[in-house]
Design a protein. Structure first.
Length: 278
């Protein structure tokens, strides 16, 4: 595996690969790789040329402490990427990647203003600005994203449709979970084992809510109130808990048809998100 720090060097390498009729796959990450990231690496294992990027994007953080405290495990990350035989690790410096972010002011779709977009000002614009720049630099044919960040996944699809003429295939990878059900996330490392076990109760509640919605959808609103109360008693603050269409995050007529349950919550001042299909 070759590690590339220079934006211009990465551009030259990718252009040469494309000129030789090769296809490039991109696995964009912010590092602190875990089994969820590894599922993306496994999914790409048979692709022609595979590039993983590690860049902690400051533009998508609305809390400077959250950005500064984001876990950094680069040596461990490099060993993981080598074990999956990644061809190139794109590891740019913040000043270099931010300096090449042009004045791209993307017209975000309306669904970017709900769920996480409602509570994290400018978050999704920051995501799109950096992902677009990574796409411009690397010119992938395929890119891998996880379903845990489902709203982000839909936004990336929107970007590809509007700015790349759908020439990048977006591969959706399932959410990976710890044994207790908690969705794997780099933020989990900021929680004690005890707090992770408490946080796992949210996933259990989502699964129970799913059963209610399938069998007795009229009970959804009452069940939602109960969940928020029970989680509060455990020290978990629910930021949002919504059932929306999985295609465009619109409010569904039938909450049991082609929908997901979406949740964001805080535990020990750490913000977590999750979703499950109904």
């Amino acid at each position: 595996m070759k590690i590339i720090n220079s934006v211009s060097e990465q551009q030259v390498i990718c252009q040469e690969l494309i000129n030789d009729k090769n296809k490039i796959s991109l696995i964009p990450t912010m590092g602190n790789l875990h089994h969820g990231h590894e599922s993306l690496l496994k999914a790409s294992i048979n692709d022609q040329y595979r590039i993983c990027s590690i860049f902690i994007n400051p533009l998508q953080f609305n809390d400077i402490d959250d950005y500064n405290n984001y876990p950094k495990t680069i040596d461990k990350d490099i060993e993981i990427l080598k074990s999956y035989k990644i061809d190139y690790l794109f590891l740019p410096e913040k000043k270099d990647i931010i300096s090449v972010v042009d004045n791209f002011n993307y017209n975000l779709p309306t669904f970017a203003n709900i769920l996480c977009g409602k509570y994290r000002d400018s978050h999704f614009l920051g995501v799109v600005q950096i992902v677009k720049k990574l796409f411009d630099i690397i010119q992938p044919s395929i890119a891998y994203f996880g379903k845990k960040d489902y709203q982000q996944l839909l936004l990336i699809k929107h970007l590809v449709n509007n700015n790349f003429n759908n020439k990048i295939e977006i591969i959706e990878c399932e959410t990976k979970r710890e044994k207790n059900g908690l969705a794997m996330s780099s933020r989990n490392h900021n929680l004690s084992s005890e707090k992770r076990n408490i946080a796992a109760n949210v996933y259990k509640e989502l699964c129970e809510l799913k059963k209610i919605i399938i069998k007795e959808p009229s009970q959804y609103s009452a069940k939602k109130i109960d969940i928020i109360k029970r989680m509060s008693d455990l020290g978990i603050k629910i930021e949002y808990l919504e059932v929306l269409s999985r295609n465009n995050l619109s409010t569904p007529i039938d909450i049991s048809n082609e929908t997901n349950i979406f949740v964001a919550f805080y535990i020990d001042q750490i913000r977590m998100i999750d979703n499950i299909e109904i």
